[in-house]
Design a protein around this ligand. Structure first.
Ligand code: FE
Length: 240
């Protein structure tokens, strides 16, 4: 059954006229959002903008505390507090320095802060779920956050998203944009995750799973995880 024919779900919100079906070959059966794209023609970006060498970061440079998602409100967020760090490199292993690393995620219950999250779960008044930082001269980044909860896949009531954190990396040019999602080791939901399963290469899927890292832990406060991101080549972290 086509998504637009489903009754009683929020799916209808995603069938507004500004979506249009992509030609066959662009879609991935297990991730049917891929069959939709904007109706309007793509905008040709002027070459001068593509080649921009100046920073294109949003509104100001990240502040030191922007990478601590547990300290954005008056109280302490619920959930398992974690440190997530890693190194961003290119296909040759060279550090990707001064990249803007942005993350966004659900709270410990598996609820996003925005109003379009249809899951009947509670918001956490002490957790927004968004942070950002810059990689250092050797490509390293660090975040302090909470382990996000799993959440049901809104298009299939039997499917669940594995616990994950979204990553968006931006370089110095408009075209230097890399988006992926980090999963957690030992999560039984990964195997049938509707988004992860769109990546056909099993070894590539493994590269989306962070590793427990005792060195990164803050004793008594956080559990540490390491998630390295390779931006290209044979060992690239899959974009998804
Ligand atoms: Fe998500």
């Amino acid at each position: 059954m086509h998504l637009a024919e489903q009754e009683g779900t929020r799916v209808r919100e995603y069938t507004e006229p500004w979506w249009v079906k992509l030609p066959e070959g662009f879609s991935t059966p297990n991730f049917d959002t891929t069959i939709w794209s904007p109706r309007k023609p793509l905008v040709i970006v002027q070459s001068r903008l593509i080649d921009a060498s100046a920073p294109v970061y949003g509104y100001g440079t990240p502040e030191p505390g922007d990478n601590d998602l547990t300290a954005q409100h008056a109280g302490v967020p619920l959930g398992e507090h974690i440190t997530v760090h890693g190194r961003v490199t290119d296909s040759w292993g060279r550090p990707a320095r001064d990249m803007l690393v942005e993350i966004w995620q659900a709270n410990a219950a598996g609820k996003y802060v925005h109003d379009h999250d249809p899951t009947p779960k509670p918001h956490d008044p002490n957790f927004t779920g968004a942070g950002r930082t810059l990689t250092d001269a050797d490509g390293w980044y660090t975040f302090r956050t909470i382990k996000p909860g799993s959440y049901p896949w809104w298009k299939d009531r039997e499917a669940w998203r594995a616990q994950h954190i979204h990553f968006g990396l931006t370089g110095r040019g408009l075209t230097e944009r890399y988006v992926t999602q980090m999963q957690f080791p030992g999560d039984p939901l990964i195997e049938r995750d509707p988004v992860v399963s769109t990546i056909p290469d099993a070894k590539a899927r493994e590269r989306l799973i962070c590793q427990l890292d005792w060195e990164a832990a803050i004793p008594g406060i956080t559990i540490g995880y390491r998630f390295d991101i390779v931006l290209g080549g044979m060992n690239a972290t899959p974009e998804h």
